[in-house]
Write a protein that binds this ligand. Structure first.
Ligand code: AMP
Length: 585
C-alpha cells in the first residue's frame, strides 16, 4: 500500500496515469480539441484558416510544421506588449528563456499556467512510481536548484528561464511538500542573483539538515557533479562555518546571509563528524551516502548530453541508486520516467497524452536525418509526421509538439527512439539533438557521435589515471581543407605521447563513412586536440549565466561555431597544448 499524505495519494496518481494511457489516441484527440478550442481566437490559428475546426486531419492540413525561427516575430510581439491574442486565446503571462546552448543565446518561449500544471503532473507521476520502488518518509531534499536573472520585456512581461518560472509558482512548493522533496535551503538561496553563493549555501544547508535529507537532486546531472567538485574545494570552510555557527565571508548578499545565518548554530559535533567522514573517504568516492546517511537516491536528468557525467556521478553516489528524471523542455513537457529502477543508460520517458499533442517524423536511417539538416534539400523528402499511438518500437523519430502555450506543430529539435509502450502510449528514449554538429563536406556527425568518440578517448586516458572533466568541439575552416577540433579539460597533466595517442584515437573514433572517406583522401585535414587549462568550462558556464541562463538548465555546448564568438574566444585563449592526429598519415 502506498503512503498517503495530506491530499496527495501516489495510488491515485498512478490510477489516473493508467486511465490516461489506456486510450492514448482518444486522449490525444481530446487534448488537440482543448488546445485548438481554447485558442480559437488566436491570430496565428485564424490566419491559417482553421475556422474553428479541431480535428487532427484539419489541423495537419492547415497548420505548417515550424521551428522557433518562424515564430520569433509572433513571440517578440507578445514580449513587446501587443495585447491582441497572437498565439494563445488567453494572454501569455511570462516569457521563458531556453538554455540556448546550441545557438549561443537564449531563445524566447511563451510560458503560462498550463505549463506549470503539466510540470506538476509530470513531477507527481514520476514520483508516484519512484516512491513505489524507494518509499520516502517526510523529509527534505538537497536540491541544487537556481533561479536565473529576471527582466521585464518591453511589454512588461517577466522573462526568465522556464525552471525559474516554475520555482516562482505557487504550486511548486506545495507539490514539493506533497512529494517529500522540499528544498532544504531557504528561498533566498534559490533566488540568489549569484550562483556561486547559492551553491555554497545549498551545500551548507544540506549539511545542517544532513539527517533529514532523503534525495539529492538537480534538474540536469551536470549541476550535481559541479556541486561536488566544488565541495571538494570548500568542505573545510563549510565545516568551519558549522563549527563556529558563523557564515563564511564569501557570502556577501545580505538577504542570503540573514536567511542562512538563521539556520546556523555553533555545532562542533556535527562539524567534527563531517570532517572525519571527509578525511576518511578515498578520492571522494561515496561522499553523498557518507554525508547524507538517509538519502535514498540521487535524482536528475542523466540522459542525452548528461551521460558523460554519469561516471563521476556514480563515483560521488557510491552505493546510492541514480535515477534519471523526466523529459521536457522550456517549450513543454513530454514524458515521465516511470521505471525508476532502470539505470540511467536505459531510461525511457512515457508520454503523458494529455499534456500536449505529439507528432513524430519517422527517421529511418541516419542519412534521412542528415538530409533534413540540409537547406539544399526540400521538405518533400521528409516523411509525413505520424501520431503518438502510430509510432513503432525500435524506430527513431523527430518529435513535434503542440502545446497549451501557443506552439503549434513545433519542431523541438530532438530525436527519440521508441523503447516500448505503456498501455497505448509510447515510452521514448532520448537519442540526441537533431542538428549536425560536425560536418565539413560529406561527413555527418551528431552530438551522440562526438560523445562516443569522447568515450573512446576517456578509456585511453583512464589508463593514465586522467579524467575528462568536460569537452566541446569546433569545425575549423581556417585550414584548407577544414578540420575538426576537440577541446578537452583534463583532471591532470598528460604526457605528450598520451595526448598524441588520444588525438589519434579521437580521429579514428569518428566512424561515419563520410568522415573516414574524406580523411583518407585528405578532403578533411587531421583532427586537432586542444587541451584546456583547468577551469575553462567554468568560465564558459559563467558566461552563459551572465547572458541570463540559469545553472538549473545549463548544458555544456558540445560544438562551438563562429557565431558563438565569445565562447570560442574563451576556449582559444585557454589552450595549454595542442596536437594533430597522425591516424591517417
Ligand atoms: P531547455 O532548452 O533548457 O528547455 O532544454 C530542453 C532540451 O533539453 C530538450 O529539448 C532536450 O534536448 C534536453 N532534455 C530535456 N530533458 C531531457 C532528458 N530527460 N534526457 C535528455 N535530454 C533532455
Amino acid at each position: 500500500m502506498l503512503e498517503k499524505v495530506k491530499g496527495f495519494s501516489a495510488d491515485r496518481v498512478i490510477e489516473e496515469f493508467e486511465a490516461l494511457t489506456k486510450d492514448a489516441e482518444r486522449v490525444q484527440r481530446e487534448t488537440l480539441f482543448r488546445i485548438l478550442h481554447d485558442n480559437r481566437e488566436a491570430e496565428y490559428l485564424q490566419n491559417l484558416g482553421l475556422r474553428g475546426r479541431t480535428d487532427p486531419h484539419s489541423f495537419k492540413s492547415c497548420v505548417p510544421l515550424v521551428t522557433h525561427k518562424e515564430l520569433e516575430t509572433c513571440i517578440q510581439r507578445i514580449a513587446d506588449g501587443d495585447a491582441y491574442p497572437i498565439l494563445t486565446g488567453k494572454p501569455i503571462t511570462s516569457i521563458s528563456l531556453s538554455s540556448g546552448t546550441t545557438q549561443g543565446k537564449p531563445k524566447f518561449v511563451p510560458f503560462n499556467d498550463e505549463l506549470v500544471h503539466s510540470t506538476m503532473q509530470i513531477y507527481k507521476t514520476s514520483f508516484a512510481f519512484r516512491n513505489r520502488a524507494y518509499p520516502l518518509r517526510s523529509g527534505k531534499a538537497l536540491q541544487f536548484i537556481y533561479s536565473s536573472k529576471q527582466f521585464k520585456t518591453k511589454g512588461g512581461l517577466t522573462a526568465t528561464t522556464a525552471t525559474t518560472n516554475v520555482y516562482r509558482s505557487e504550486q511548486f512548493k506545495r507539490t514539493m511538500m506533497d512529494i517529500h522533496s522540499l528544498c532544504c535551503s531557504p528561498d533566498e538561496v534559490i533566488f540568489s542573483p549569484d550562483f556561486h553563493q547559492s551553491l555554497y549555501c545549498h551545500l551548507l544547508c544540506g549539511l545542517i539538515f544532513s539527517e533529514e535529507i532523503q534525495i539529492v537532486f538537480s534538474t540536469f546531472a551536470h549541476s550535481i557533479v559541479h556541486a561536488f567538485r566544488t565541495f571538494e574545494n570548500v568542505w573545510e570552510e563549510l565545516c568551519f562555518d558549522i563549527k563556529e555557527g558563523v557564515l563564511s565571508s564569501r557570502i556577501t548578499i545580505p538577504t542570503i546571509r540573514s536567511a542562512v545565518s538563521r539556520l546556523l548554530r555553533p555545532n562542533p559535533q556535527l562539524a567534527d563528524t563531517i570532517y572525519n567522514k571527509c578525511v576518511g573517504l578515498s578520492s571522494w568516492y561515496g561522499v553523498i551516502p557518507a554525508l547524507w546517511p538517509n538519502a535514498k537516491y540521487v535524482y536528475g536528468i542523466m540522459t542525452g548530453s548528461m551521460e558523460p557525467y554519469l561516471n563521476k556521478l556514480r563515483h560521488y553516489a557510491g552505493s546510492l541508486p541514480l535515477m534519471s528524471a523526466d523529459y521536457g523542455s522550456s517549450e513543454g513537457w513530454i514524458g515521465a520516467n516511470i521505471d525508476p529502477e532502470l539505470p540511467p543508460e536505459s531510461a525511457s520517458f512515457t508520454v503523458l497524452p494529455n499534456i500536449g499533442y505529439f507528432e513524430f517524423i519517422p527517421l529511418k536511417e541516419k542519412g534521412d536525418l542528415m538530409e533534413q539538416n540540409s537547406d539544399l534539400l526540400s521538405n518533400q523528402r521528409e516523411q509525413e509526421p505520424i501520431g503518438l499511438t502510430e509510432v513503432k518500437v525500435g524506430e527513431e523519430y523527430e518529435i513535434i509538439i503542440t502545446s497549451f502555450a501557443g506552439l503549434y506543430r513545433y519542431r523541438l529539435g530532438d530525436v527519440v527512439r521508441v523503447a516500448g509502450f505503456h498501455n497505448s502510449t509510447p515510452k521514448l528514449q532520448f537519442i540526441r539533438r537533431k542538428s549536425l554538429i560536425l560536418t565539413i563536406n560529406i561527413d555527418k556527425n551528431t552530438e551522440k557521435d562526438l560523445q562516443l568518440a569522447i568515450e573512446e578517448a576517456d578509456k585511453l586516458l583512464a589508463a593514465e589515471k586522467l579524467e575528462i572533466l568536460d569537452y566541446t568541439s569546433h569545425v575549423d575552416m581556417s585550414t584548407d581543407p577544414g578540420h575538426y577540433v576537440i577541446f578537452l579539460e583534463l583532471s591532470g597533466e598528460a604526457r605528450e605521447e598520451v595526448l598524441s595517442s588520444c588525438c589519434d584515437c579521437l580521429d579514428l573514433a569518428f566512424v561515419d563513412a563520410g568522415y573516414v572517406g574524406s580523411r583518407k583522401v585528405r578532403a578533411i585535414s587531421p583532427l586537432e586536440l586542444r587541451v584546456l587549462k583547468r577551469g575553462t568550462f567554468h568560465k564558459i558556464m559563467d558566461h552563459y549565466l551572465t547572458l541570463g541562463g540559469a545553472m538549473s538548465q545549463y548544458k555544456t555546448p558540445r560544438c562551438v561555431g563562429l557565431s558563438n564568438g565569445k565562447v570560442l574566444q574563451i576556449l582559444n585563449s585557454n589552450v595549454l597544448k595542442s596536437c594533430f592526429s597522425a591516424a591517417y598519415n
